[in-house]
Write a protein that binds this ligand. Structure first.
Ligand code: NAD
Length: 306
């Protein structure tokens, strides 16, 4: 029976797919040293995010046939080395699109309706907060989507159809058809930033997108604009974002991802009450973790079956 290494356990539903079909090798811990030792003797690996599969590990594993990721990103696998050694790398594009898109929507709505502020004030007994601060409507406001792929186009669809927002999008490499019933205006990045009431970032982390939202570009945002990032921290100049938020040059931000994770407790973001933070949790819904475990396990079985 072929052996499959799990550096970290996956959800039971994914384990059920493997049981009886392969021999499971569950690492006692996901450290690089432990994984490097155990990988030498297996045909498959199912990889979450804590461990990385390096060139050296792949070279030391002559029987390895497949590395299956429980998510989209393969940045913790040396894909070049895998292909040189004939090891198939499987990932799950789209597995978390709905969860991440819904999370971006939640951040947009929570900011527009000032929910964290109201919640905090009501708990303090400040009922008068209902008149002290005005939340806003999203209807007929403009949403700018940067990166109109699976997640970006789904956010556009929910906010366009559900909330009646006008949609602008920037994506010079567009390959995803999106929702044909939705009116989307494609434009240049600078035009989008200057016009949008809400900007939501859905770019991959690449050398092209690193720092794409730099100080000059962020300064184009309207003072009333909200900035949402559920993509990757590296695409945004965080210090510039902090400066604009502190100076009231933009209205607020909703952030799930950061240049450095976990975010330090003394990070300026944590001191700003016009910012909503979440711990890179957009994809970690109950449904998504099960779906990812099952599909990653099925991919291994499919590769073994040829
Ligand atoms: P996708 O590949 O479907 O879409 C990405 C889009 O970005 C594509 O349409 C592509 O053409 C566009 N793009 C690429 N480079 C660009 C550039 N330089 N300028 C403008 N557009 C560019 O990916 P997706 O599934 O929609 O995911 C988007 C990103 O969301 C992922 O790459 C990942 O970084 C992030 N993500 C975050 C979480 C989370 O938990 N917060 C989970 C999953 C994905």
């Amino acid at each position: 029976m072929k052996k499959v290494l799990l550096p970290q356990k996956i959800r039971d539903e994914g384990m059920d797919v493997l049981k009886g079909k392969v021999e499971l090798v569950i690492a006692p811990d996901p450290s690089q040293d432990t994984v490097a030792e155990l990988i030498k003797d297996v045909q498959g690996v199912i990889l979450r995010t804590t461990s990385a599969i390096t060139r050296e590990m792949i070279a030391s594993a002559p029987q390895l046939e497949v590395i299956s990721r429980t998510g989209v990103g393969v940045d913790n696998i040396d894909v070049g080395a895998a292909s040189e050694h004939g090891v198939m790398v499987c990932n799950l594009p789209g597995v978390n699109s709905i969860s991440v898109a819904e999370h971006a929507v939640a951040l947009i709505v929570a900011l527009a309706k000032t929910l964290p502020y109201f919640d905090h004030e009501v708990r303090k007994g400040n009922w008068k907060s209902r008149n002290a601060y005005r939340s806003g409507e999203l209807y007929q406001k403009t949403l700018g989507i940067i990166g109109f792929g699976r997640i970006g186009s789904y956010v556009a669809s929910i906010m366009g159809k559900g909330f009646g927002m006008n949609i602008l999008a920037y994506d010079p490499y567009l390959s995803h058809a999106g929702d044909s019933e939705l009116k989307v205006t494609f434009c240049e990045l600078e035009e989008l930033l200057a016009a949008a009431d809400v900007v939501s970032v859905h770019l991959p982390a690449t050398s092209d997108t690193k720092g794409l939202l730099n100080k000059e570009r962020l300064k184009l945002l309207k003072p009333s604009a909200y900035f949402i990032n559920t993509a990757r921290g590296s695409v945004v100049d965080e210090s510039a974002l902090v400066e604009l938020l502190q100076a009231g040059k933009i209205a607020g931000a909703g952030l799930d991802v950061f240049e450095e994770e976990p975010v330090a407790m003394d990070h300026p973001f944590a001191t700003l009450d016009n910012v909503i933070l979440s711990p890179h949790a957009a994809a970690l819904t109950k449904e998504c973790v099960v779906r990812a475990a099952v599909e990653a396990a099925e991919a291994v079985i499919d590769v073994f079956a040829g």
